[in-house]
Design a protein. Structure first.
Length: 147
């Protein structure tokens, strides 16, 4: 379950940074490798913030690891922080959104992702998405935050 306000009894195990990457109305989705958590599901570039690491530093590291592209993370706008609760754990989800020109092919780390697709949000919903990704797509469809 995804919350926009921190629940009273929330106890996060970690924080993640996530970036919706858009180009001309299509969004970059990555297909998770089968041996990974949520293997076989689709999501956007996402990764854990290491202890003591700044969120923007983590964002740049994760975007580079998952796409192979160089990023100017200072130019990527922050959207919002969400609070995610799964039965086994809670975590904090910091959401960013980047716009790029063209639809380049990422250089995938095959240990993490097996494929990619540029999809509009409606088509993305037809794919098996990582848990709670639908809530993120809802936020973008409703433009529920200032960008």
């Amino acid at each position: 379950m995804v919350f926009t306000e921190c629940p009273v009894d929330f106890s996060p195990a970690f924080e993640v940074v996530s970036c919706m990457v858009e180009s001309d109305g299509a969004w970059l989705f990555l297909h998770r490798a089968p041996e990974r958590l949520y293997g076989g599901f689709w999501g956007c570039p996402t990764g854990k913030v290491e202890p003591g690491e700044a969120r923007k530093t983590a964002l740049g590291r994760e975007l580079h690891e998952e796409t192979g592209w160089a990023w100017d993370v200072e130019g990527i706008p922050f959207c919002e922080t969400l609070y995610v609760r799964h039965p086994e754990l809670d975590f904090v989800y910091h959401l960013y959104a980047a716009q790029i020109t063209g639809r380049p092919s990422p250089r995938l780390n095959r240990r993490e992702h097996t494929n990619f697709a540029w999809l509009d949000l409606a088509t993305a919903r037809l794919h098996a998405l990582v848990p709670d990704m639908d809530a993120v797509l809802d936020r973008f469809e409703k433009r529920s935050f200032d960008r």
